[in-house]
Design a protein around this ligand. Structure first.
Ligand code: HEM
Length: 434
């Protein structure tokens, strides 16, 4: 395999695989593949695309985006995600400037704690855990119920809706929880999605950089200043009042956490619910089962998380030479941990392509693994349960117009749908008109 030296980092990088088409000098263990998780062809059918990749090997090398390893099976993803000393989440010059956990890197502010390695990570994670643990959810549940009722109320009398607007609930809940303007949920969602999930060079990406990100930055900066001056009962006030190693949290650190909470909160649960609604449109017997047995929803949500993996894949930077599945990796290489592919690994899950709503145990990787495992998992589950619960109760006969159904053009980071036109029997509002 050819190697050149990266002028920025001084490390050797793989470029091509003359003769062997492999990344380990000739054996077939670590093939060089023509794969790009941000491409249109991958986005047409990510499940099939990752299935084909797994068939090539648990670890493969793609020359796209400056070159990156793709970890495709459960064992490799598991090993890398739990080895922070080798697979670092911290920002570095390798792979360009920007957010370390996507390929290509996105030009956003540092995200804390997802871009910190242990032990620094732990300090901030403890602060976040205090407001995202199950015990802290009691205060949030009435708000989740309220926003869900309100979003469903907005469409319930019409008998038709784009369900992609109803799934704004997670974004509204997250913003409300933070203490920010929930009525702007679409602008936040759109900005975050465009910059993280769209390819650089696309109109959506350029627009987000020119307008969305500066606007969002101003909102975050303003809310930090406002809550420092006058704290309220919200998460921004909690964060600006928190102590970090004995000193008050800086505005910059608060910013980094708030932007990450927005990015984690606005799109992911929406993606989970959107894919679930489309699935339950096709599988009417599972829908009937969940309507008849709402107590089965909890386990079903774990299976929807596994099968649909809202966050498809995230990246790390390799900071010391290592080997996974026999593939030699070098310090400075980038690696994509494909949660979605691990979740379909037949070595780990029986009949992985079947959505079995009673699958148990279900050790999926949809929330990641190791120290960075999703801090918002309990919030996400609570929102998904309320939203799916209300939709199945209040519009149980919804039918998706498949002709007009539109998936996001890029499915590499966040899978899901941007339009889910549906019809259903009209129903009654729960809340008075505001
Ligand atoms: C279905 C919904 C969700 C999915 C699939 C999801 C997925 C993930 C994944 C895969 C990670 C691991 C990142 C890594 O290893 O690099 C993560 C981390 C994180 N998520 Fe989520 N997430 C969801 C909902 C949420 C929500 C609702 C919030 C907050 C309100 C949130 C906040 C976070 C934070 C703060 C981290 C960083 C944790 C750390 O670095 O210690 N997520 N999430």
């Amino acid at each position: 395999m050819d190697q050149v030296t990266d002028p920025e980092s001084g490390t050797a990088r793989h470029t091509s695989a003359p003769g062997g088409e492999t990344a380990d000098g000739g054996s077939s263990r670590c093939p060089v593949v023509h794969f790009d998780h941000t491409s249109a062809v991958h986005s047409l059918d990510p499940v099939a695309s990752y299935r084909a990749l797994r068939a090539q090997g648990p670890v493969v090398w793609s020359p796209e985006h400056g070159g990156y390893w793709v970890l495709t099976d459960y064992a490799s993803v598991f090993a890398a995600a739990r080895d922070d000393e080798t697979f670092s989440s911290a920002r570095s010059a390798h792979g360009g400037e920007g957010l370390n956990n996507v390929i290509p890197k996105a030009p956003v502010h540092l995200h804390i704690p997802v871009e910190l390695d242990p032990p620094e990570h732990r300090t901030y994670r403890k602060i976040i855990n205090a407001v995202t643990a199950p015990a802290a959810l009691d205060g949030l549940r009435p708000r989740i119920a309220y926003w869900t009722a309100r979003f469903v109320d907005d469409v319930i009398e019409a008998g038709q809706a784009d369900l992609a607007t109803v799934i704004g609930v997670p974004a509204a809940v997250t913003l409300d929880w933070l203490g920010m303007d929930a009525s702007q949920w679409q602008r936040y969602s759109h900005t975050m999605h465009s910059v993280l999930a769209n390819r650089p060079g696309t109109d959506a990406h350029a627009h987000a950089l020119a307008e969305g990100i500066p606007w969002m930055s101003q909102q975050i900066t303003d809310v930090i200043a406002a809550r420092r001056a006058q704290p309220r009962d919200d998460i921004v006030s909690y964060l600006v009042g928190a102590q970090v190693d004995g000193a008050p949290m800086s505005d910059d650190a608060a910013y980094s956490i708030i932007e990450l909470l927005i990015s984690g909160g606005v799109g992911t649960t929406a993606s989970l619910v959107s894919q679930t609604l489309v699935h339950l449109d096709a599988d009417r017997s599972q829908r009937a089962e969940l309507i008849a047995h709402p107590e089965r929803l909890e386990r079903a949500i774990e299976e929807f998380l596994r099968a649909f993996s809202p966050t498809q894949a995230l990246a790390r930077t390799i900071v010391r030479d290592t080997e996974i599945a026999g593939c030699p990796m070098r310090a400075g290489d980038r690696a994509l941990l494909a949660w979605s592919s691990a979740n379909r690994d037949p070595q780990q899950f029986e009949a992985p392509d079947e959505v079995r709503i009673d699958r148990w145990p279900n050790r999926h990787t949809a929330f990641g693994l190791g120290v960075h495992r999703c801090a918002g998992a309990h919030i996400a589950r609570a929102i998904a349960a309320e939203l799916l619960g209300q939709i199945l109760t209040r519009m149980p006969d919804y039918v998706v117009d498949r002709e007009r159904l539109r998936a996001y053009p890029q499915q590499g980071v966040n899978a899901g749908y941007e339009h889910i036109p549906a019809t259903f029997t009209p129903g009654a509002r729960l809340l008075p008109v505001e």
